[in-house]
Design a protein around this ligand. Structure first.
Ligand code: SAM
Ligand code: GLN
Length: 298
């Protein structure tokens, strides 16, 4: 797939129904090498209309208004030009939420949904203040605030762009949130100096610069490098957070990290040698890979 260029769209076809729109978008996506073109065309229609993914197939004879047709075609053209689907439609699903996303933030991943599960399981009535470091779209912080009752959810990011995206997501979801969320910009725990945290959750960048070439093109060419890559073989941000977290956590508070599967053991060891943590655990994702490391502040 190519990143730029003018994808083909059969504009001469009459776009009368949802079925016509689907067929046109499928053809455009196919012509640009999108593998599962029909499914993606359905997903684009679903995202634009805010309906379930099966809706377009079940409503092929319904009229497509010119406005809907324009929005769907615009998104399909972006996708055909190589843009990831979530950026092309401007939205991504994460647990119970639909988040607005664009190229300023990482598209939240399914593994991170599991991280939130493990964190919620670990929380007790004593977990009153919880921090999400490197919040990106706000996926973790907003899910915690939507599903859990905390006094405060504090979310930070070194990228001001990300903080802006996350804060806008919080504003549009505010009615459904059970806990208040605050966003601050700055590196790691610097914006939370003086806070006493019962838990710190983080999905840091953890891919090394040497691994850039191994990333799929739609990740490498579109998602922010600051969200994906870091120094010291992909461990610099994790290492710095492991060093800073004990000063922010209360005794008995926990640190929950998403890690790359090849680095899970190294991260667990790094936490063990710090000396200020106990009960270090490596947890698995839904496919059985080591993807999370949890530890208690002693
Ligand atoms: N939490 C979001 C999620 O799970 O979808 C985004 C995670 S993304 C892998 C990592 C995030 O950490 C990015 O938003 C990036 O801007 C941020 N980040 C990178 N270095 C950071 C640092 N030193 N301090 C705070 N945030 C940082
Ligand atoms: N797991 C993401 C990917 O597949 C990267 C997220 C991260 O670096 N934390 O690209």
């Amino acid at each position: 797939m190519i990143k730029s260029g003018t994808p083909f769209f059969p504009t001469t076809l009459p776009i009368g129904t949802i079925g016509d729109l689907l067929a046109g978008c499928t053809a455009m996506l196919q012509s640009e090498g999108v593998v599962d073109a029909q499914r993606e065309a359905r997903e684009i229609v679903a995202a634009v209309l805010d309906v379930p993914k099966f809706w377009a197939a079940a409503n092929a004879v319904a009229d497509a208004t010119p406005q809907v047709a324009r929005s769907v075609i615009r998104a399909a053209m972006k996708r055909a030009g190589g843009m990831p689907l979530a950026y092309a439609v401007g939205r991504a699903s994460f647990r119970h939420l639909t988040l607005n996303v664009d190229e300023r933030v990482l598209i939240p991943r399914v593994e991170t949904e599991v991280l939130v599960d493990r964190v919620l399981e670990r929380c007790t009535p004593k977990t009153r203040t919880i921090a999400d470091i490197g919040t990106g779209s706000g996926a973790i912080a907003l899910s915690l605030a939507f599903e859990g009752e905390f006094d405060r959810v504090l979310a930070t990011d070194v990228s001001l762009d990300a903080v802006n995206v996350a804060a806008a997501n919080a504003a549009s979801l505010s009615e459904g949130l059970k806990s208040p969320v605050e966003f601050r910009s700055g590196s790691l725990l610097a914006p939370l100096r003086g806070e006493k945290l019962d838990a710190i959750v983080c999905n840091p960048p953890y891919i090394s610069f040497a691994e850039i070439t191994e990333l799929p093109a739609d990740v490498r060419d579109w998602e922010p490098s600051l969200a994906l890559l870091c120094a010291q073989g992909g461990l610099s941000v994790t290492r710095e957070l492991v060093a800073q977290a004990p000063d922010g956590l209360v005794r008995g508070g926990f640190l929950a990290l998403e890690v790359d599967t090849v680095r899970a053991g190294t991260v667990a060891e790094m936490i063990a040698v710090d000396g200020r943590y106990s009960e270090i655990e490596v947890l698995l994702d839904l496919t059985g890979r080591e993807r999370f490391v949890f530890a208690l502040r002693v």
